[in-house]
Ligand binder design. Sequence first.
Ligand code: HEC
Length: 265
Amino acid sequence: MNKQKILITLIAAGLVTLGGYGVQSATAKEKKQAPAAQEAAGQKKAETIDATAKLSDNHPAFEEGTSCNDCHEVKLDAKTTATQAWLYGDYLSWKADEGIMPKDKLWEQVVKVIGDSKAKKTYILATVLNNRPYAITIEYALDPVKKVMYAFSEKGTSKLNQIKANPYVALGWHEEFKNDFTKLLCVSLNGRAELFDGTTREFDEGLSVYPYEYGANMRKIPLDKFKAIMKQAMIMSRITLDEVTVTDTSLKDAGFRTRQRWMRK
Ligand code: HEC
């Protein structure tokens, strides 16, 4: 074979490989699309879109509650977003990967901010059901050792139904922002919620962490009686924390970035 022939053979082989790849990824995509969504889209292909893509007037119709990524692959550039830069990139006086708190020390900081055992805080809890978000205020108490949070809610409340259907939750807690960017304190948390009733061991574990005593004192009911009422009337939610992001401008004085992220894994 002369040089030219070899080159042509190589190019042809390359084309075959590329062609094969194209067919493969199209099939993978078709599998990913829900059958109903495909039908709604009239069998035309939904290409990869940018996160900022807008719907045009002649976009195929789709059902309410369906989101773009049910049909499209949405390109997200998670490396260069502002949050990533604040956490790990070149930011203010920090070079990339400098100023990041060691994991254990960061956890201590989380406990300092949102409170130790027998201390609760008022959070906004977000749940998602059928692609719709739902946000509610709720008191949670942190177990600093297991890194889980406990709350007690009346049976039959909406948030419990939401959690039952989809355990993935997010929470936020913040100090009121007083128009001064040098004084910020807020925490956002992600985790998985589970529900337990009063007959379970987990419910008792929750009571040992959650400062339920305030409820008994308020109602002037003996502790034991109050505990029995809680076991009867309430459902406990336990959130296993997976990710906690702290914004705390006071960390700067210790030489750390003001935004830090703890991850369980
Ligand atoms: C039910 C599936 C489905 C959903 C949901 C959907 N798309 Fe599409 N989209 C399609 C299909 C199929 C095409 C190709 C249509 C064509 O070629 O005529 C398309 C085309 C597009 C295009 C190319 C040009 C155009 O508008 O026709 C853009 C941009 C786009 N979609 C953005 C979005 C965004 C943004 C959302 C969410 C708000 C979204 N799509 C939700 C199926 C979907």
